[in-house]
Design a protein around this ligand. Structure first.
Ligand code: UDP
Length: 333
């Protein structure tokens, strides 16, 4: 099959391209390299089953052409990372809402099955954990920039469901919970690549807030397998699925575990949210996925534990930073 992956040079997109090419599919990656990186797909360039279109998801003519050429579409192009979202709120909202609208319109026109990637962020400030797909979404006020991301992604979901109800367009929505792994950059705020790099360089690990907030981290390889399986599962159309891992950890404990597994002598530095993200920032205290729906649908079970994930990221960054785990010198990165 010929498969279009929007955001194909991004962290998750590039792993998805790898998996699809490895299964013998022909992959067309669309990316504008705003946050996607050539490094993520360098090993695929020149492969007979891989091609790349360097364009903005807002370029309607190009998106339409790419969708027309594909049998199926994975839509991953998006603004990413809490840091980028609070620093560039206009671009965040426009990329997400406008980009998805263009992709959906093209998929509707050519009736291409499409999978839309949403986020656990849409559960917002909900406190009843674990989060189930049918739960209410509890979003904060529009004066707090962070929520623009959740609302934009929620709007994408409503648009997808509207297409499904209007014309039975084959669309599936997934909510990704803190996807992590090799190739993820800490540049846009994501905690695990930041902690691992800080530990490997002997710098303080920056725990925001009081560190009691929790998250559940899922290896990108588990996520990619779930994306591929859901696309192959016709009953998933018109449905929303959580994808994640239910192993919950506090951010303080995560920092300690990274230090233990790297053998680093880095201290932990507590950083107020205000210092990290400015005065109008709100964080969520707990975020845990209910995975019963996806388990029932495709037998999904995450294979990687938190320790496996940390080790994989450590291996990835140790190579780049030029220092082996347990070594002494860390070269600047
Ligand atoms: N975080 C942290 N130190 C960092 C970056 C993030 O303590 O250097 C915290 C962040 O405030 C949040 C958690 O780690 O409570 C997860 O952050 P991330 O941005 O990775 O994901 P999200 O907030 O979207 O769950």
């Amino acid at each position: 099959m010929k498969i279009l992956v929007t955001g194909g040079a991004g962290f998750i997109g590039s792993h998805l391209c790898d998996a699809l090419v490895a299964s013998g599919h022909s992959v067309l990656a669309l990316d504008d390299f705003s946050t996607g990186r050539h490094e993520n797909i360098a090993h695929l360039e020149g492969h007979a089953l891989f091609s790349l279109v360097s364009a903005d998801i807002g370029d309607e003519a190009i998106v339409r052409e790419c969708v027309a050429a594909a049998d199926r579409v994975f839509h991953l192009a998006s603004a990413v990372g809490v840091r980028l979202i609070v620093e560039q709120p206009v671009r965040t909202i426009e990329t997400i809402v406008h980009g998805t609208s263009i992709v959906m319109k093209a998929c509707g026109r050519y009736r291409r099955p499409v999978l839309i990637t949403s986020t656990s962020e849409v559960y917002g400030k909900a406190t009843k954990v674990p989060f189930h797909e049918d739960d209410d979404l509890v979003i904060g006020p529009s004066t707090k920039r962070r929520w623009g991301y959740a609302v934009s992604k929620a709007l994408d979901e409503f648009l997808a469901m509207a297409y499904w109800h209007h014309s039975r367009m084959p669309v599936t929505v997934v909510r990704l919970f803190n996807t992590v792994g090799p190739r993820q950059t800490g540049q846009y705020g994501m905690v695990l690549p930041r902690f691992v790099q800080q530990a490997l360089r002997g710098e303080p690990l920056t725990v925001y807030g009081d560190g009691t907030q929790t998250r559940c981290f899922c290896h990108v390889k588990d996520v990619v397998l779930a994306l591929v399986r859901l696309m192959d599962y016709p009953q998933a159309r018109g449905q929303v699925f959580n994808i994640g891992n239910s192993e919950e950890v506090s951010i303080r404990r995560l920092a300690e575990r990274v230090i233990e597994l790297t053998g680093s002598e880095s201290p932990i530095r507590m950083v107020p949210f205000e210092e990290a993200y400015g005065p109008d920032f709100e964080d969520m205290q707990r975020r845990v996925p209910d995975l019963s729906k996806i388990r029932q649908a495709i037998g999904y079970m995450p294979r990687y534990s938190l320790d496996d994930i940390i080790r994989d990221i450590v291996a990835y960054y140790s190579e780049r930073i030029g220092r082996k785990v347990g070594g002494v010198e860390a070269r600047a990165f």
